[in-house]
Design a protein around this ligand. Structure first.
Ligand code: HEC
Ligand code: HEC
Length: 339
């Protein structure tokens, strides 16, 4: 909503004032590029949003503990680049005072193609996202007012805002735009899978068998090239004591109980543990779930409700195929790391 209304206005305003206006930041190339084999992004205007200056501001904010109550937690504490921006080794996330959340942090990648955010899809505009973790008592526990006050007192941030927006006024909307700009540049599209798609490399026999099995049993939900169809499905994970209702807590429709967002499987090798509550330690366990652990609870998706018939060697091949989704350049790209 925010982007659709604000961005056209900004474009109109910059057309009116012309490029030479002293209050407009110098126009520079976008840091957002759509990979040739990807669909058109759902979000409009990302190229215009992702100027190098705005992305630099967003990157500074993303890596800065200044946005947590006790200056100990940044977005990057729970979203670590080496692990495709998940929190490595934690079943559920850890925030200030080591307080625990109830869900496993999600990878941040290819967000321009995502219609909703969170495991239950409770947020549908990336620009509205950062206030949640910042003010959440189990995450960063800082009011947005205090966050803005801290930034306004910082000469570094005044300079970064001036570079990004043309003057050093520091507002929530500018801050949110910068967060989005940085996160939208987290595009993962250069894995061996992608290289095979564009014909630059070949798969091993095991990966080829795994690919075939994947197309047969998994791709209806984990649909390439994003490896998700962006729906919410109940895959028969036995509810835990937390009794997380998933999508039903947003729609209030009991038929959506225990349905969760189909996660992208890009970089899945490094995003463990797995499942919305991190119950599976390894990719192999998460895949074996579909054969061994699909619970008979109401609403399980028919594609998996009877369990998927797989031999041990099939599971090995699928795991081998999933490894081809690991995008080393994404996990190590300097521009996505700490400033
Ligand atoms: C204490 C750990 C923690 C911190 C700090 C944190 N996050 Fe998260 N993040 C999570 C968890 C856990 C989820 C999944 C939550 C859910 O689905 O309910 C998540 C989900 C997200 C998502 C949704 C991804 C998707 O694919 O739906 C975005 C975007 C995000 N975080 C951005 C941020 C930003 C920006 C910050 C800093 C302002 C931040 N996070 C700080 C733990 C954290
Ligand atoms: C009916 C849709 C559907 C089908 C079919 C399906 N999945 Fe999933 N998959 C999901 C959903 C939804 C989740 C998240 C479940 C949760 O945590 O509640 C998931 C989670 C996963 C995870 C954990 C990912 C993470 O980041 O936590 C892996 C790995 C996975 N699936 C692999 C597969 C494989 C391999 C197949 C085929 C054998 C498959 N899936 C078939 C919907 C599906």
């Amino acid at each position: 909503m925010f982007t659709r209304t604000i961005l056209p206005l900004m474009v109109a305003a910059s057309l009116l004032t012309g490029c030479g206006s002293p209050t407009e930041p110098a126009s520079s190339p976008s840091l957002f590029v759509v990979p040739a084999h990807f669909p058109v992004p759902l979000r409009l205007g990302v190229e215009a949003l992702c100027t190098p200056e705005r992305v630099a501001l967003g990157r500074a904010l993303f890596y800065d503990e200044i946005l947590s109550r006790d200056y100990t937690v940044s977005c990057a504490s729970c979203h670590q680049q080496d692990y495709a921006f998940t929190q490595h080794g934690h079943r559920v996330s850890h925030g200030v005072d080591d307080r625990l959340g109830t869900r496993n942090s999600q990878p941040l990648q290819n967000l321009a193609w995502q219609p909703t955010f969170l495991w239950d899809g409770g947020i549908n505009d990336l620009d509205l996202f950062p206030p949640l973790p910042i003010s959440n008592p189990v995450e960063m526990d800082l009011s947005m007012d205090s966050a803005l006050m801290r930034l306004r007192q910082s000469p570094r941030y005044r300079a970064l805002f001036r570079a990004a927006e043309g003057d050093d006024s520091i507002s929530t909307s500018r801050m949110l735009k910068a967060f989005s700009a940085f996160m939208l540049t987290m595009v993962s599209a250069s894995s061996p899978y992608d290289e095979a798609v564009v014909g630059r490399t070949q798969r091993t026999p095991s990966q080829t068998r795994g690919h075939t099995l994947f197309q047969q049993h998994c791709a209806s939900c984990h649909t390439p090239p994003l490896f998700t169809d962006h729906t919410f499905r109940n895959t028969g994970l036995m509810p835990s004591d937390v009794n997380d209702l998933g999508r039903a807590s947003v729609t209030l429709d009991p038929r959506d109980a225990y349905a969760f967002k189909v996660p992208s499987l890009r970089n899945v090798e490094v995003t463990g543990p797995y499942g919305h509550d991190g119950r599976y330690r390894t990719v192999r366990e998460a895949v074996a779930h579909y054969r061994d652990n699909v619970a008979t609870i109401p609403g399980v998706d028919p594609a998996v409700s009877n369990g998927i018939l797989l031999r041990d060697s099939d599971i090995d091949d699928i795991v081998e195929f999933l490894r081809t989704l690991t995008d080393k350049s994404f996990l190590t790209k300097r521009e996505l790391g700490p400033p």
